[in-house]
Each structure stands twice: as C-alpha cells, then as structure tokens.
Design a protein around this ligand. Structure first.
Ligand code: GLN
Length: 195
C-alpha cells in the first residue's frame, strides 16, 4: 500500500490518518524532514497555520516539503493547510517571515469570515462531479480571494471557490474530515495511484 504522510505538528491529524487508512493507504505522522523521503503523498491538515509555521521553522520542514511538492508529490491541504500551500496570503499576520510551501497558484485571505460566520457547516457543490454536494465544516476558514491560471475551482459555496486543484495539489478552505466526507481524500488517493 502507498504511504501517505499526515503533517502532525498541530491541528486535525488523526481524522485524516484514519480516513486514508480506511481507503487502503499506510499512514505516517510527519514531524521531521527525513520522514518525507518515502512518502507517496501528504496531507497538510487544518489547525493554525501560524503555529505550524513556527513549529516547522527550526525543523526545516517546509523548504524540503516545497521541493518535493514542486517535484510532483501529491498533496491535500485543508484550511490552515491551504494557507500554507497558497502562493499568496493576505492578512498573513504572524505568518509573515515564516517559510510556507507557496506552491499553489491562489491568493488566500486568512480568517476572512467575520465573527458571526467564523465557524459554520454548509453543503458545497463540486462542478466537476455533476454538481454533487458535500458537507463541509468551515472553522475560522480562509477565503480563496483569487484563483490564478494554474489552478482550477473544484468546489464552491455559493459563488465562492472553496476548493481548488492544480495538477497533483488539492486544497480546500474547509475541514472535510469533520463531517466525514472522503471525496477529497479519494481524489488524493487517485493522484497517488495514478488512476
Ligand atoms: N484560521 C486558521 C489559520 O489562519 C485556519 C483555521 C483552520 O485550519 N481551521 O491558520
């Protein structure tokens, strides 16, 4: 079985690991750069991007991960994970000055939902999947304020893009693992197995 890493510095780690195991992958909790070598794919979970960036910095994790993703390592990033993947981040706050991956051609605006809407669940639609809806949990989520030409929208909430794909990179502003939806994990698994 392919080995999928779940970045385990902070945040929603075990749910992603459980889902990938249920799909047939082996999973590894990644906390060091030398663990990245044998991976067939990686998940960057939701949580707090500033905390992850601060913990990753002395470990030199993100420069290594960035090179591997540029070289083709399939990746799924959710919420804070999307922020770490985004090439451009606005309202970056304490993220400024820290390494990110910056491999995905989008602009992410951190904490872009107001206080009232900071956390909510809502169905999102997937235009490439016959407009199927999946249940999504948004938790102090970012907004994808711009989608560059290299990326395309794969899920929307109303008219707002909430998930994008760029070749072997998938990223969502929401937490699919909380509502138990495995659509994005299945997409990652297909990218890994080349199906
Ligand atoms: N607000 C968080 C951040 O800026 C993201 C929230 C999440 O991942 N659920 O990193």
């Amino acid at each position: 079985a392919p080995t999928v890493g779940v970045l385990a510095l902070q945040g929603a780690v075990s749910e992603h690991s459980d889902i990938m195991t249920s799909l047939g992958a082996r999973t590894v909790l990644v906390r060091r750069a030398d663990q990245i070598d044998g991976l067939a794919g990686i998940i960057i979970p939701g949580g707090e991007s500033t905390a992850m960036a601060r913990i990753a910095a002395p470990l030199g994790l993100f420069p290594v991960l960035r090179e591997r993703v540029i070289a083709g390592l399939p990746v799924l990033g959710t919420c804070a994970g999307l922020i770490l993947l985004a090439d451009r981040v606005t309202d970056a706050g304490a993220l400024n000055g820290f390494d990110r991956l910056a491999t995905l051609d989008i602009t992410a605006q951190r904490n872009a939902y107001g206080n009232q809407l900071a956390s909510f669940e809502a169905p999102v639609t997937m235009p490439e999947h016959d407009h199927a809806t999946i249940d999504a949990a948004f938790i102090r989520a970012p907004v994808i304020s711009e989608v560059g030409p290299a990326a395309r929208v794969i899920a929307e909430h109303g008219n707002t893009p909430v998930a994008v794909q760029q070749d072997h990179q998938i990223a969502a502003t929401f937490h699919p693992e909380i509502t138990g939806d495995t659509t994005l994990h299945q997409m990652l698994y297909r990218l890994i197995s080349g199906a």
